[in-house]
Design a protein around this ligand. Structure first.
Ligand code: ADP
Ligand code: G6P
Length: 466
């Protein structure tokens, strides 16, 4: 079996406890690599005055991580800049927030080159290389320039936007061309795969060359939809731990005679938190008789705070949560609890398990693993109800959730009411269908499907006549 090299900006080295939480991508990759004895290469999360390319390597549970520090300017121009101020908003349809700065583009290219140059000596001829997410789209091009002939795959964790949106990116063609240095490119859903295909066919003048094969820029590649999943077996184990049970009991005790409505998200403007808060406020306003029967808990650890748009959304949410409690609280009771802390994964599992309603309403989301975690944590005999945004990739799989338009506080308010009044038989029926999917299309299935496609790709990519 070939060795697997995974490359991502964010790396979560497995720890002895393995319970900490760091966002969807890192959780999934930690799980995916566990059985592979592979190498995981990426950024350490630290900066150094001058880039040295020095690797810090560590092996835990068969997974070797190789991490590099970046310079302060890299952090500004690549991570906070091109990745999180240009591509992230653009790929989540927030062209109003997307910033275009020549220095960002240069930083992005520079860091991708640095990643390639540092990774190059670690690559053996048979290795499969699997690159992740929008931070590293040009990595294959940089590796090819250094003579790497290995099969290289790319998986995009976020949406690929419609071509009308993608073309608002200055030099979009260059970025799209960089995708063609991969042998396989994977997307979370068929919709995103098609959006990429449409760009290639209608804007880049490319062509289809067989099922899910595209050619353009003198090259060809395979595309596919590979929906990412949970480490379902590990999640089931975690649910049974003492910490998970204690947290579930604690939350159950804290909501006696009330139903818990829960949201768990990185504090990101793509997560629809403002509209969700307004939806809950409207629910309280419209349903005076139900007010005292609910507690909404929103957990939202701060994220990417060096970027202005994240500080701004945080300030708006602080104000909104204060307003809701100010308006509806009583001397002995408050409807809303908003916390910006990170919790251990086992504790989160316990919180989901105590909730009657899971509110997962991103305005756009590549997949959304929280939706799947909520489903996986429910008691089969008395499960809670998932309210899920139509614009999360997960909505393509969890079709039995209550699907809502996350832009509409009215729809969110009505969905909360519907979820709270849903009888047990219907809750069980809907949950069962979602749970089956979460179990079946889990992280192992995702990894095996992608790695299978990559391993099956031709080793030497034929140069097409251009
Ligand atoms: P994203 O990757 O955009 O943050 P996902 O929903 O796909 O969104 O993944 C988020 C991951 O981060 C989940 O595994 C979730 O459990 C975890 N997470 C989110 N908020 C917290 C929190 N407050 N504490 C701990 N883990 C969290
Ligand atoms: C999303 C992105 C990941 C990223 C994660 C956490 O899931 O797709 O690439 O790692 O958010 O964000 P951060 O910027 O903290 O790595």
């Amino acid at each position: 079996m070939s060795r697997l090299i995974v490359v991502s900006n964010r790396v979560n080295p497995p720890s002895a406890a393995g319970e900490e939480s760091v966002g969807g991508l890192a959780m999934a990759l930690a799980a995916a690599l566990r059985e592979y004895s592979g190498l995981w290469f990426g950024w350490s999360g630290r900066t150094t005055p001058e880039f040295t390319g020095q690797l810090s390597m560590q092996t835990v549970d068969g997974v070797t991580t190789a991490l590099i520090d970046l310079e302060e300017a890299d952090l500004d121009e690549y991570y906070n800049g091109y990745a999180n101020r240009t591509l992230w908003p653009l790929f989540h349809y927030r062209t109003d927030l997307a910033a275009y700065d020549r220095a960002f583009g240069e930083g992005y290219s520079r860091v991708n080159r640095r990643f390639a140059e540092t990774l190059r000596p670690l690559i053996a001829p048979d290795d499969l290389i699997w690159v992740h997410d929008y931070h590293l789209i040009p990595l294959a091009r940089e590796l090819r320039m250094l003579g790497v002939k290995n099969r290289i795959g790319f998986f995009l964790h976020v949406p690929w936007p419609a071509h009308q949106v993608f073309t608002t990116l200055p030099r979009h063609s260059q970025l799209a061309e960089a995708m063609f240095d991969y042998d396989v490119v994977g997307f979370q859903t068929e919709e995103y795969r098609q959006a990429f295909e449409e760009y290639v066919l209608f804007v880049a003048g490319g062509a289809q060359s067989g099922a899910e094969r595209l050619q353009a820029f003198g090259r060809s590649l395979r595309t596919g939809a590979f929906p990412i999943g949970l480490d379902a077996a590990e999640f089931a184990r975690m649910l049974k731990t003492a910490r998970a049970r204690r947290m579930r009991d604690l939350m159950t005790a804290a909501t006696v005679f009330r139903h818990l409505v829960v949201g768990v998200d990185r504090l990101d403007y793509s997560k629809g938190l403002e509209e969700r808060f307004l939806g809950f406020e409207r629910f309280l306003a419209d349903n005076p008789d139900l007010r005292r029967e609910v507690l909404m808990l929103q957990i939202a650890p701060v994220s990417r705070e060096s970027v202005g748009a994240y500080r701004e959304i945080r300030a708006r949410l602080d104000a909104l949560s204060g307003r809701i409690n100010g308006e509806f609280s009583d001397v002995d009771w408050a409807p809303f609890r908003y916390v910006n802390r990170n919790y251990r994964r086992d504790e989160l599992a316990g919180i989901y398990g105590a909730a009657r309603v899971g509110l997962v309403t991103p305005l756009r989301d590549g997949m959304n693993l929280v939706a799947k975690e909520f489903v996986a944590a429910q008691n089969p005999e008395d499960p809670g109800v998932l309210i899920l945004s139509r614009f999360a990739g997960a909505a393509r799989q969890l079709k039995d959730a209550i699907l809502v338009n996350p832009n509409s506080p009215e729809e969110i308010a009505e969905a909360i009411k519907q979820a709270l009044s849903m009888d047990k038989a219907e809750r069980i029926r809907r949950w069962r269908a979602s749970f089956d999917n979460v179990q079946r299309e889990d992280v192992t299935a995702w990894r095996d499907a992608f790695v299978g496609a990559l391993a099956g790709a031709r080793e030497r990519r034929p140069a097409l006549a251009s």
